[in-house]
Design a protein around this ligand. Structure first.
Ligand SMILES: [Zn+2]
Length: 253
């Protein structure tokens, strides 16, 4: 049996632990990069998986994210994997793409991701503001877009959460959940980045501990330059070996 209030508490505990306040939207990609001994690998995993969490015996942990999903969904996946990293006793988690299904731990991790990215009090406040502005008790599809843009989550994640918190009724949620919203978001002035994956050439990337460790073993003379480059190339970091192909000098600002 999943205890929602326990999951909510855990989401706030982790926000505090990682230096975030209880209510603001989070840049989760940047936040995860700062977690010690964590390597984050982005690569396309096809249509069934959203992410993987592997906890190493020596405390070297790896989270992999399916980068063929939309940016909004990847943000949700990363929050989901943080649940496995900090609160799941198992050492390995392989996670399906569909939200709210699977074993209890998977449902807990989804609920955690939802609260971590959309804290209950902040969501409630935003919803009240939108209702007051519209002078209506119902949220429109545009309101849902405003909420998912504010918290930077996928459309499905937003609708599922609003329905769960009874801020959308079942009929409205059913009508909205599989609706394409990219054009609608554009029409009210938002960027559509949330609703798309990154371009294919940017879907392979590794950040964090592994890159740092490779640098350390090179500096200590434990590996040759060639081996160091091989380690980086294995981690999709040809940009660090060959340069990043971007034109021009670095802009210091
Ligand atoms: Zn999972």
């Amino acid at each position: 049996m999943i205890c929602t209030s326990d999951i909510m508490t855990k989401s706030i505990q982790l926000r505090t632990k990682l230096g975030e306040d209880a209510n603001s939207p989070i840049d989760i990609f940047a936040l995860a990069q700062d977690i010690e001994q964590l390597t984050i690998v982005y690569y396309p995993m096809g249509e069934n998986l959203s992410g993987i969490c592997l906890k190493g015996a020596a405390g070297n942990n790896v989270i992999s994210i399916n980068s063929s999903m939309t940016v909004g969904r990847q943000r949700f996946s990363l929050a989901h994997e943080l649940y496995h990293l900090y609160f799941d006793k198992n050492m390995t988690a392989v996670c399906a793409q569909k939200i709210g299904v699977g074993q209890e731990t998977e449902k807990e991790a989804d609920l955690f991701a939802s609260y971590f990215l959309m804290p209950a009090a902040a969501l409630q406040t935003k919803v009240e503001m939108l209702k007051a502005k519209n002078d209506s008790n119902d949220l429109s599809i545009y309101d849902v877009i405003r909420l998912e843009q504010y918290f930077q989550v996928s459309h499905q994640a937003a609708v599922i959460r609003l329905r769960q918190d009874k801020l959308l009724n079942a009929d409205a949620a059913d009508a909205m959940i599989s609706k394409g919203v990219r054009r609608l978001a554009e029409s009210i002035g938002y960027s559509t980045e949330l609703y798309k994956p990154l371009p294919v050439e940017k879907q392979y990337m590794t950040y964090g501990n592994y890159i740092d460790q490779a640098e350390q073993v090179l500096k200590r003379g434990l590996v040759s330059d060639g081996k160091y480059e091989e380690l980086l190339l294995t981690a999709f970091r040809s940009d660090l070996v060959y340069g990043d192909n971007e034109e021009g000098e670095e802009i210091i600002d």
